[in-house]
Design a binder for this molecule. Structure first.
Ligand SMILES: CC(C)(COP(=O)(O)OP(=O)(O)OC[C@H]1O[C@@H](n2cnc3c(N)ncnc32)[C@H](O)[C@@H]1OP(=O)(O)O)[C@@H](O)C(=O)NCCC(=O)NCCS
Length: 114
């Protein structure tokens, strides 16, 4: 839950575990803010704080996040939170009647940030 104060939730963040092989676990994060809280700097800060939390409390080297090609707000938000674009995931999602490409971003434990 992303809280702006004790009374109000602005949205939520999520993290799910994945693995590219034995001993190579990573987290994939997600976020959704309620419309009235978007565009105020909460999104990138919440994702940066979630990375800090996950790198502090788990030994993973890698946190990844996928987004849509048209989601400029999330792309900018991820870059501000220390992520780098890795590439295009071709035809990864069937949405609104057609297969669509996604974009994959990642932040590594030792990437420069802040
Ligand atoms: C995507 C989302 C998390 C971004 O968080 P946010 O709080 O709205 O964005 P921020 O205020 O942190 O802005 C981060 C950057 O994106 C820019 N930005 C924000 N909204 C934008 C928009 N609609 N279009 C273009 N740029 C935008 C900001 O200007 C800022 O860049 P800047 O510092 O260069 O000015 C939020 O808008 C959201 O929850 N959207 C709906 C759900 C969603 O798309 N989740 C991600 C699914 S992959």
């Amino acid at each position: 839950m992303v809280e702006v104060d004790e009374q109000n939730a602005a949205g939520y963040v999520s993290f799910t575990a994945g693995s590219y092989g034995a001993g190579a676990r990573f987290w994939e994060i997600g976020i959704a803010l309620l419309p009235q809280w978007r565009g105020r700097g909460i999104g990138w800060q919440a994702q940066a704080m979630l990375c800090d939390y996950l790198f502090t409390h788990t030994p993973v080297q890698r946190i990844q996040a996928g987004t849509h090609a048209e989601n400029v707000a999330e792309q900018k938000s991820l870059v501000k939170a220390g992520f780098q674009l890795e590439g295009v995931i071709r035809s990864c999602e069937f949405r609104a009647g057609q297969w669509r490409d996604g974009q994959m971003y990642s932040r590594l434990r030792d990437d420069p940030f802040g």
